[in-house]
Design a protein around this ligand. Structure first.
Ligand SMILES: *Cc1c(COP(=O)(O)O)cnc(C)c1O
Length: 365
């Protein structure tokens, strides 16, 4: 009997998360120089990060031999101020992925269940199964969440419902009012994790304030990240906002130093540079128009997206992906999500989008 065989069955049954292909890896495999490779595979910010965040990160390196502030006082104070909430409602994560994992750790025991949508974020089933809990996947409606069906799927064992809005990988959007109505139907002892990783890309008319709902729904956890619109994907920084009792439980199980000092310093500076985020959203709006115009011209179907990416039907996704890689363009195949005919493309800079469109044209020819 090997040590691996003695790992719990629910761990041995896990399939690892499949990230976007790193630029260096494609360079190694193809010999294409890294500078000639375009990566539109991980919903990263094509503008990079705010120069102010970068300067703060560099300054924080000088103190890299010291442990970070495990309670992230300065960062929490800034977030508390930004949202008008008490600091006791905040949980800082090593990326918002960490916030999702911490929620699963705090609220799931073996035999419990979570509810999430088909075609939603891969981390929800992963975080569930890693706790020995059972995932209830609810069929999507028009590639997005079917909230009626999700409410109906909640059973006695359900402890968490995961909702991504906008959703990844499909980019679908639920109006705030529908989520609010859903919250009123969920039993108060079931945690609703509202994952708003892409909320900064929403145009003003789609905005809603989920954080204000926590007063009425103490079972709501709102999760956000500095890794997408704020451009800190490589530094890893996310946060959760919830009722103080929920946040307290989560803070008990997280790693004591889960957010690095460099990430905390960069996040603090990034939060203060709202102009940078507006610029990222504007680049995204234009890039989305550029890509969808090309899809229309090529006669391709796409899913209207509210995120910083768009999912397009190309036929044989694996084959088209291979043809794109050979041209130095990395996008995200999503066969693992049950969408083998589709590719998810992150919005890049105008020139990167043009490179992708030209490569796609050739790949489809
Ligand atoms: C990218 C993403 C996250 C987490 O990203 P972090 O880099 O860990 O902050 C969370 N939820 C969704 C839906 C995402 O797409």
């Amino acid at each position: 009997m090997s040590v691996a065989n003695r790992a719990p069955a629910h761990i041995r049954a896990l399939s690892p998360y499949q990230p976007g292909k790193p630029i260096a890896e494609l360079a190694r495999e193809t010999g294409i120089p890294e500078r000639d490779i375009v990566k539109l595979a991980s919903n990263e910010n094509p503008l990079g990060m705010s120069p102010k965040a970068r300067a703060a990160a560099a300054a924080a390196l000088a103190e890299g031999a010291r442990y970070p502030d495990g309670n992230a006082f300065a960062l929490k104070a800034a977030l508390a101020e930004k949202y008008g909430v008490d600091m006791a409602r905040l949980v800082i994560g090593n990326g918002s992925n960490d916030v999702l994992e911490i929620a699963a750790q705090a609220f799931l025991a073996p035999g419990d269940a979570t509810v999430f949508s088909q075609y939603s974020f891969a981390v929800y089933p992963l975080a569930t199964l890693a706790r020995g809990a059972r995932g209830i996947q609810v069929p999507a409606r028009d590639y997005g969440h079917d909230l009626d069906a999700m409410a109906a799927a909640i059973d006695e064992a359900t402890r968490i419902v995961f909702i991504a809005n906008p959703n990844n990988p499909t980019g679908t959007f639920l109006p705030g009012g529908e989520i609010e109505a859903f919250l009123a139907r969920v039993p108060p002892d079931v945690l609703v994790v509202l994952d708003e990783a892409y909320t900064e890309f929403l145009p003003p008319e789609k905005r809603y304030d989920a954080i204000a709902w926590i007063a009425r729904f103490p079972n709501l956890l709102v999760s956000r990240t500095l890794c997408k619109a704020y451009g800190l994907a490589g530094l890893r920084l996310g946060y959760g906002i919830a009722h103080a009792e929920v946040a307290d439980l989560m803070n008990r199980v997280r790693q004591p130093f889960n957010a690095s000092s460099v990430a905390q310093a960069a996040a603090l500076a990034a939060l203060a540079d709202e102009d940078f985020v507006l610029e990222a959203a504007e680049n995204n709006r234009r890039g989305m128009a550029q890509l969808t115009a090309a899809f229309a011209e090529l006669g391709l179907e796409w899913i209207p997206s509210s995120g910083n990416f768009v999912t397009v039907r190309v036929g044989d996704g694996e084959k088209v992906n291979r043809a794109l890689l050979a041209q130095g363009v990395i996008v995200r195949p999503i066969a693992g999500y049950g969408l083998p005919q589709w590719l998810r493309v992150s919005i890049g800079l105008p020139g990167e989008n043009a490179r992708f469109i030209a490569a796609l044209r050739r790949a489809l020819a």
